[in-house]
Design a protein around this ligand. Sequence first.
Ligand code: 5AD
Ligand code: SF4
Length: 487
Amino acid sequence: MHDRTKTLFIETVGCQMNVLDSELVVGSLRRQGYELVHEPTAADVILFTTCSVREHAEEKTYSALGRLAPHKKANPDTVIGVLGCMAQKDQEEVRRRAPHVDMVVGTGQLARVPELVAEVQRTRVPQYALSLGRSDGGKQSVTASFESFDPPRDASMRPTPFQAFVRIQIGCDKFCTYCVVPTTRGPEQSRHPDHLLAECRQLANEGCKEVTLIGQTVNSYAFDHGDGRRTRLSDLISRIHDIESIERIKFVTNFPKDMTNDLLDAVRELPKAVKYLHVPVQSGCDEVLKRMKRQYSIDSYREMLYRCRERVPGVAISSDFIVGFCGESEESFGKTMDLVREAKFKNSFIFKYSTRPGTKADDLYPDDIPEEVKKRRNNDLLQVQNANCLEDHKSRIGHTVEVLVEGPSKVGERQPPGLRQMIGRTMTDHIVVFDGHDRLVGRTLSARVKEASPFTLFGDVETGEIAGGGLVAREAEPVRRVGLPLV
Ligand code: 5AD
Ligand code: SF4
């Protein structure tokens, strides 16, 4: 083996689960001596963490793989790996469409990446590591074949050292008819609360201030200890809350039917719990929801929204929507528009339906809404949502908000380090930009909102004088004392 540093390139497409998977894979390869580079052609190992939720995401990966074919031909020692959802769902297709790929590793097998890279380098034989398909065995064996991948963390791999995702649940058992996730990520499993606490404590020791607990249906998190005790998400959050230096606890994504009062009460009462709930509704029409097999009606979703707002005063709620799902008439879509007008979501993530081979919807219903109609509905819904965002943002002008400073904004990145435009988030997950110093990154401070656009709040950092002169940003009160009032 040569003694120059081994290099690694990784490209990530998709959701927070994928961002975390990439972080962990890179961490495990760094421990083997790899260093990250920013150009695939400069790397000994090129990895793709892939997404299958919509066709577009898959095509993006196939194009990137295609572009690498000549490079691989000229550099046969380079190892190319496809990881995650596409690997688990479509190993045969990956092999067929990108025969130069050396490694195909499913979501439940990522712990094996370092060993498989070494194996390819040693033998030049392609390596495949996949979990069982959902109907390839009994529930227990399928579940066991999807291992949660949560090795020791590597702070240097996170976008910021003071924010981290923590996977509390893997897989999904909801089987919404349009969705590939139950196939790509396997059966729903909740991780042991003691392991999660240990991970959060370690993150806190490394300087992490904000943890985002992630799961496909994070609010159905439940760990049965086997002796009659059960740890719910609310219990887990209150245990994490006891970790001194953790300042904020978020969780995504929620399933509407599982939004229990104990969780809402915990969000209200625990000051470090971020007052933000992402609870995708997907459609405003009962018939569409039925075809999607979402397990709730619009009336019950509205009741849930009311309960969230009643129990957690000031909470911000966001949603996902799929437009142009099979059989979505103008009337059905009109109901979605009505819901968005009324529900005052903080934001809505809107997607055009993309039929996914292997899903129930793909088997049962024709993808009968033309692309132009999907596009138009997407734009119409976005317009209503943007108007709501602007109204919500304007209502915050003049208010003082508590901001966790994340780093320079897009504008700030083009300015020299020091005093420049920074970006941060409030306790309701609103984005605020303001002029500030790089040394504020990772700190929580007070900002007064002075202007608003549909996407951003613009603020001024509240300043205070310190002994010895100079104006400095006044840091907000420790977060434990500034939560919403208990009701
Ligand atoms: N087509 C379009 N959007 C989809 N989503 C999930 N599956 C599909 C699909 N087949 C959206 C849902 C989900 C988000 C992560 O992606 O809105 O909440
Ligand atoms: Fe997919 Fe539905 Fe599970 Fe969300 S709840 S991951 S949309 S199957």
